[in-house]
Design a protein around this ligand. Structure first.
Ligand code: NDP
Length: 498
């Protein structure tokens, strides 16, 4: 008997559809008949296909978003009404949670348990949090000291106005959750959005766009275009009617987008890669360390921008901890995401599997000490076994570059100061953690680690109310938190003479 979750009929029907582009509240055929194949990473088999949008198709979507913004059907709606519609949208995502979780696992590969808990469960928290921000947009009243003409009095205030059409570019690691991280703040602020999922994992956002419409988001406010990064993504981020780009993905593509955006002074938020360190001090609770960093490193097969991938361990506990990690890695079962018992699942695509394998090949050629977990299933799935690399030489590519796979470096350090120096010696600065029982260590290391988020005795735990984003090459701008909508609004100053 199969231990895999049975695919819902509604999921199968969705996979079988001839998906178009979602523009102006309806399905629109792309101008070209060319299709992009969608694969199940567990089997390597094609399961669906999507349209391959041209620059012309993208123009239709952006102009639809622009008209929807310009005529005020959403931007001028009472905030309480927008909030109510967004909460209804969240309710519909919840009602269709199992369907969305299955679609996510089938196109992305991750465990159905993670799809249910994170892609749907956590996404709902973010949706409801952001919906609530709709009615909390505020400005300030300001006393000004303008001295002329003599006797004139002034009253001034600021108000936050939606920036306009937002372009959202979504990666393939958490397609639904990261997609929602772009859709919700844009809609809460009163913007309209055109979103482009990765061509590898576009299905859930297509489904979610229908649910937004059903919830009452007016046509044209939420559009989805599917296609390649090079054509569809580039056309979207360079479109003159786009006022803001919210991008999550690689540092290389993020920089390319920022360069073009500079020409038009388009606003950008970039959430890019990381090579995130964890420092384990000798006073840490080792059981807590192993449990926390196994999740921090191997969640979604390490395809997480915040994942811990360099673990610096103080010498006195190095052997003991390395042994514990090796035991934990070897106990992880490897299998398809639709099997809730499989803890490590395939990577997202054949090309990404090859990329991660090339990092390991480079390490093997340079005689690195490698500890690998369970054999991967036979067949054409895109698997890589969970892997520890012990004390990798600085010359290894995986010592410095973001691998974005189930590969973690364990590095012996003489003391915490050496760990801190090595941890900060990276071009990235997204997240970091320190593991210690000492209050002074917690205070000192959290201040000195160069990262947008630092955890103490945990890693990769994020929350809608806690700002998240990178330093250095890990990006610019912050998502989440009470000020999230600032990135989707312009501050307008109004000054009245009386
Ligand atoms: P990319 O940065 O190329 O892709 C991210 C998104 O950008 C996708 O939607 C992609 O579309 C789109 N895109 C690609 N080129 C352009 C362009 N010129 N203009 C606009 N949009 C574009 O990442 P990759 O998929 O190539 O992954 C490479 C590496 O990036 C990974 O190995 C990992 O290290 C890192 N990464 C980091 C992520 C994070 O969460 N910070 C997420 C994903 C990757 P399409 O997929 O259709 O090409």
């Amino acid at each position: 008997m199969s231990s895999q979750v049975a695919v819902l009929e509604s999921v199968q029907r969705f996979l079988n559809r001839q998906h178009g582009l979602f523009i102006d509240g309806q399905w629109v055929a792309a101008s070209s008949e060319q299709r992009l194949a969608i694969f199940d990473p567990a089997s390597g088999q094609q399961i669906s296909s999507t349209a391959d949008a041209s620059a012309g198709d993208v123009d239709l979507a952006v102009m639809s978003a622009w008209r929807a913004f310009d005529d005020g059907r959403w931007s001028a709606m009472l905030p309480a009404m927008r909030e109510r519609i967004l909460l209804r949208f969240a309710d519909l995502v919840e009602q269709h949670g199992e369907e969305l979780a299955q679609l996510e696992t089938l196109e992305q590969g991750k465990s159905i348990t993670i799809s249910r808990a994170f892609e749907v469960g956590c996404t709902l928290n973010w949706m409801r949090y952001t919906a609530g921000l709709t009615t909390k947009i505020t400005g300030q009243t300001l006393d000004v000291s303008i001295p002329m003409p003599e006797g004139a009095r002034y009253q001034a205030w600021t108000r936050k106005q939606p920036v306009g059409v937002v372009a959202g570019i979504v990666p393939w690691n958490f397609p639904l959750m990261i997609g929602i991280w772009k859709v919700m703040p844009a809609l809460a602020a009163g913007c309209s959005i055109v979103i482009k999922p990765s061509e590898t994992t576009p299905l859930t956002l297509l489904r979610v766009a229908e649910l937004a419409c059903e919830a009452g988001v007016p046509p044209g406010v939420f559009n989805v275009v599917t296609g390649s990064g090079a054509v569809c993504g580039a056309a979207l981020t360079t479109h003159p009617r786009v006022a803001k780009v919210s991008f999550t993905g690689s540092t290389a593509t993020g920089k390319q987008i920022a360069r073009v955006a500079a020409d038009r002074l388009t606003r950008v938020t970039l959430e890019l890669g990381g090579k995130n360190p964890a420092i384990v001090l000798k006073d840490a609770d080792l059981q807590q360390v192993v449990a926390g960093l196994m999740t921090g490193s191997f969640l979604n097969q390490g395809q997480v921008c915040a994942a811990s991938s360099r673990i610096y361990i103080e010498a006195p506990i190095f052997e003991k901890l390395t042994e514990a990690f090796a035991g934990a890695v070897q106990s992880l079962s490897v299998g398809p995401g639709m099997d809730p018992g499989a803890m490590i699942n395939p990577l997202v695509s054949h090309s990404h599997q090859q990329k991660v394998a090339s990092y390991l090949e480079d390490a093997r050629q340079q005689h690195a000490e490698i500890v690998q977990g369970n054999r991967v299933p036979d067949g054409n799935g895109f698997y890589i076994a969970p892997t520890l690399v012990i004390n990798p030489a600085a010359s290894l590519k995986l010592a410095r570059e973001e691998v974005f796979g189930p590969v973690v470096n364990l590095i012996r350090v003489a003391d915490g100061e050496e760990a801190l120096r090595l941890a900060n010696d990276s071009e990235y600065g997204l997240t970091a953690s320190v593991w210690t029982a000492g209050l002074n260590n917690a205070m000192s290391y959290s201040q000195r680690l160069q990262a947008g988020t630092v955890w103490v005795n945990s890693h990769t735990l994020i929350d809608a109310n806690l700002p998240f984003g990178g330093m250095k090459q890990s990006g610019t701008g912050r998502d989440f938190g009470p000020d999230w909508l600032d990135a989707y609004t312009e501050t307008k100053s109004v000054c009245i003479r009386y």
